[in-house]
Design a protein around this ligand. Structure first.
Ligand code: ADP
Ligand code: MG
Length: 585
């Protein structure tokens, strides 16, 4: 017979190690808790230092309000906090911390030293603790503010220490986190030192774009579009990428709700949804968004590290956020930012042109310290010029068409430079908006009768797929009728689809194996109905296309697959290519 295990109460040391495990997982979690304390203390400047990726030492220093001598030991007691008093306060949390668990948790798994002084006290306090025990509390000279040093994380729990990654990878996690915290708090000056080297810095002047520029470089920062909605009880501000700037991962997506960095799947999806037809599948937009909500509508007490939060009326926020993002995306209509040469003329400049787009659209810039240093040494030769307000208002300027090259690109002169227009991308984009608008306004795209109808013979699985998509197909003008034995009769095709194209569009729609949704069909129709690269165009046809672009004016520099549509060289850039300076003839 098995013996029934007896229940016993854990001693306090074991209990606190378990509790610590919930909040402190790795060096980055220590940094997060300490920096959040500094932010709660109203710091204007926060200096973070780590050595060996934080495995050896983590130090966070702030100029916040400090802790009074008497309260210093209390700060390290479990469930001791200055931020809430009773249960009712849990409904309306306006600080980042409130659980009173971080410092005791850190103290139980590392060697800790705190130096702190309030702005009123003439002398500060030093506290030393190790593995959960207070070793010393004494007077000490120090500037106002707080500095916490954490050494030898998990020195007393080998089982956890084993699971830490290499110093390099723990260090990367710290850098990423500090970057995100800095973007969530542009009003605070952040500096991060790793092994004595300054790897990251923000000026703390409250300008998000400026903070972003110091972390990711001027090009990215200048390219981003502003978002702003302020309506009393809520507000959304921040920066989002234009549709031509995207990445293969979500690495630059920062969402802060009331100053708290959070991950919220629903909200992130909402933002990504706004980009859906604008960027290629499998690519992600960049954004830094600050959402301000009534704290009573945000429940932060659902996760030990407070990374996840619950929102009351989530659907409502999602709708508002999408509307705001869409507005900002669509007011960015205009031409691709001009490429402007940075400094002296470089004969290789025209070659670098390619690199520029590569940098913006293809590569995944590393965001760590090494990257920043490399960037500082090796500034790219091109700089993005944000379109001026005027450019944003008028989608495309008046242009004189100079001709067509390679039967693929339209060359035109505008007042501000030379334009190259990708005829296929441009037309595809116009068609896309046209189809989309019809769907939104009339619910469907008109069909044109095929007489006589043609038949389409399919494999059983494709026939099955087509049978399921009949309604979607009909909404875009494909009228199909089952004809027995895995075949269908095509009775009508979308108006505007070039004759004879219907079968290839249908096959492409069915064969990729992706979900048969309306948006994808719309893209296919936009693409197949569009002028191709290689089609010779008359001057009238080119002018017609430009007019259409003006009409659909939205974001003409991306097509549904996210490629650029228009590229402009401004006059100074062209002059620089020929090494012309001002008065030369
Ligand atoms: P919490 O942040 O949830 O209150 P912590 O264990 O992180 O719990 O901190 C306990 C208390 O110590 C805080 O409530 C705060 O009063 C004080 N404290 C911690 N860090 C700082 C700091 N950097 N500046 C001022 N006070 C601090
Ligand atoms: Mg805290």
């Amino acid at each position: 017979m098995e013996t029934v295990p007896r229940i016993n109460k854990l001693d306090s040391e074991t209990a606190s190690l378990i509790a610590a495990g919930e909040v402190i997982e790795r060096p980055a979690s220590v940094v997060k808790e300490l920096v959040e304390n500094s932010l709660d203390a109203g710091a204007h400047e926060i200096i973070i230092e780590v050595t060996k990726g934080g495995l050896e030492l983590i130090r966070v220093k702030d100029d916040g309000y400090g802790i009074q001598r008497e309260d210093v030991p209390l700060a390290f007691a479990r469930h001791a906090t200055s931020k809430i008093k009773g249960p009712e306060d849990l409904n309306e949390i306006s600080t980042l911390g409130f659980r009173g668990e971080a410092l005791p948790s850190i103290m139980s798994v590392a060697k800790v030293e705190m130096l702190t002084r309030t702005w009123e006290e003439p002398v500060g306090t030093l506290l030393v603790a190790e593995g959960g025990n207070l070793l010393k509390v004494a007077e000490a000279g120090c500037p106002p503010g707080t500095q916490v040093t954490v050494r030898d994380l998990f020195y007393n729990i080998p089982a956890r220490k084993k699971f830490l990654k290499s110093p390099a990878s723990e260090g990367r996690a710290v850098a990423t986190l500090v970057e995100r915290l800095a973007l969530a708090h542009p009003q605070v000056k952040f500096t991060l030192y790793m092994d004595g080297r300054r790897v990251l810095y923000t000026p703390g002047r409250g300008e998000l774009r400026e903070a972003l520029a110091s972390l990711y470089g001027v090009e990215v920062a200048q390219a981003l579009l502003p978002v702003s909605a302020e309506e009393g009880e809520w507000g959304l501000t921040g920066l989002i990428s234009p549709p031509w700037l995207h990445r293969s991962s979500r690495s630059l997506q920062v969402l802060a709700i009331n100053g708290r960095l959070v991950f919220h799947r629903g909200l992130v999806r909402a933002v990504e949804e706004s980009y859906r037809s604008l960027i290629p599948e499998g690519r992600y937009p960049l954004f830094v968004l600050h959402l301000r909500l009534d704290p009573r509508r945000v429940d932060v007490n659902v996760h030990p590290t407070k990374l996840e939060v619950k929102l009351e009326g989530e659907q409502e926020w999602i709708a508002r956020i999408m509307a705001t993002i869409n507005k900002s995306l669509h007011s960015s209509q205009g031409i691709a930012p001009a490429l402007r040469k940075r400094e002296k003329t470089n004969p290789g400049a025209i070659l670098r042109q390619k690199e520029f787009f590569f940098t913006c659209r293809g590569t995944e810039p590393e965001v760590w310290g090494e990257y920043l240093l490399k960037r500082a040494k090796d500034d790219p030769p091109w700089q993005l010029q944000e379109p001026s307000l005027e450019e944003k208002r008028s989608p495309l300027p008046q242009m004189r068409i100079l001709g067509q090259i390679k039967n693929s690109y339209i060359v035109a002169e505008g007042e501000d430079g030379l334009y190259l227009i990708d005829q296929h991308a441009a037309h595809e984009r116009c068609r896309f908006f046209h189809l989309k608008k019809a769907l939104e306004e009339q619910g469907s795209w008109p069909s044109q009768v095929l007489s006589p109808p043609t038949s389409l013979q399919l494999t059983p699985s494709l026939a099955q797929a087509l049978g399921e998509a009949l309604e979607i197909l009909a909404s875009l003008g494909f009228l199909l009728e089952p004809f027995g034995d895995n075949s269908f009769l095509i009775r009508g095709v979308p108006v505007g689809l070039p004759p004879g194209k219907e079968k290839s569009v249908l096959m492409e729609f069915l064969e990729t194996g992706e979900r048969a949704d309306q948006e994808r069909l719309l893209k296919l129709l936009a693409c197949h109905g569009a002028i191709k690269a290689g089609d010779p165009l008359s001057l009238e046809e080119m002018a017609g296309l430009l007019r259409e672009m003006q009409q659909w004016g939205l974001l003409p520099y991306t097509c549904p697959h996210g490629r650029p549509v228009v590229v402009r060289w401004d006059w100074p850039t062209i002059a620089a290519l020929f090494q012309r300076t001002g008065g030369d003839r």
